[in-house]
Write a protein that binds this ligand. Structure first.
Ligand SMILES: *Cc1c(COP(=O)(O)O)cnc(C)c1O
Length: 227
């Protein structure tokens, strides 16, 4: 087994998620997206065998190489920035978590129309105010919600966000609650927005307390990354 102890870590994470969900009281189901970036295809296979059927990658090139080498039917999620000239690669993913600009939305929509099936996307929110991170600012969500309604080639399934690594527990709660409210704004605007992709290895319990429906976990499952 390439990742010894993975099954035990998955059980531990599931228990922590269940406890956090109970504390939070939002009543949501939580999907673990196993983030295999920098690891080989064996990580995706090991995840699948441990019952994690959703796998996330943040770089298109690396993902495509891996996808071709994984025979088990995992659902691949693209969680990192997508360049507009690579939208065709979305064919290999069940969901784009990182819709981070109106121009990308237009390109993804065009691809969805061309293939005859809308692309499931999450609107990425930049709530930490860090310029190094992509995504929509909160004040852009409402106007963009209306604009996205006209784009028949995409289906807005919710929002994604990444909190700052230096945030306090209080700030994490506030950031994740803000993401939840933005998701509700999209739903109120008529989008099928139910998903809340937030929480990584260091903050997923707080994210679940605030209603996360998808947590993206790398390090806590597979150990520290080499690169
Ligand atoms: C790497 C990555 C994760 C997982 O991070 P860990 O801290 O290792 O759990 C989650 N989301 C995104 C977008 C990532 O790039």
């Amino acid at each position: 087994m390439a990742f010894p102890g993975l099954a035990d870590r998955v059980a531990e994470v599931r228990a922590r998620i269940a406890a956090a969900a109970a504390r939070g009281g939002h009543g949501q189901q939580v999907t673990i997206v196993a983030v295999t970036k920098t690891h080989g295809p064996d990580a995706a296979r090991a995840a699948y065998e441990s019952g994690l059927h959703d796998v996330g990658e943040n770089k298109v090139q690396e993902a495509l190489k891996k996808i071709g080498r994984v025979a088990v039917p995992v659902r691949w999620h693209l969680i990192g920035h997508l360049q507009r000239n690579k939208v065709k690669s979305l064919e290999h993913f069940v969901m784009l978590h990182s819709l981070d600009s109106p121009r990308l939305a237009d390109a993804v929509c065009e691809f969805g129309i061309a293939r005859g099936r809308a692309v499931d996307v999450l609107v990425e929110l930049n709530l930490s105010g860090e310029d190094t991170k992509g995504g929509y600012h909160i004040s852009d969500v409402l106007p963009e919600a209306e604009r996205l309604s006209a784009l028949s080639g995409i289906r807005v399934r919710g929002v994604m966000t990444m909190a700052s690594f230096t945030a306090s527990e209080r700030e994490l709660h506030r950031t994740f609650a803000e993401a939840r409210e933005a998701r509700d704004v999209l739903a109120d605007a008529g989008h099928p927005a139910v998903e809340l992709s937030m929480g990584m290895s260091n903050d997923y319990e707080i994210a679940v307390e605030e209603g996360a429906t998808m947590v993206r976990l790398g390090t806590t499952l597979f150990g520290a990354r080499a690169k």
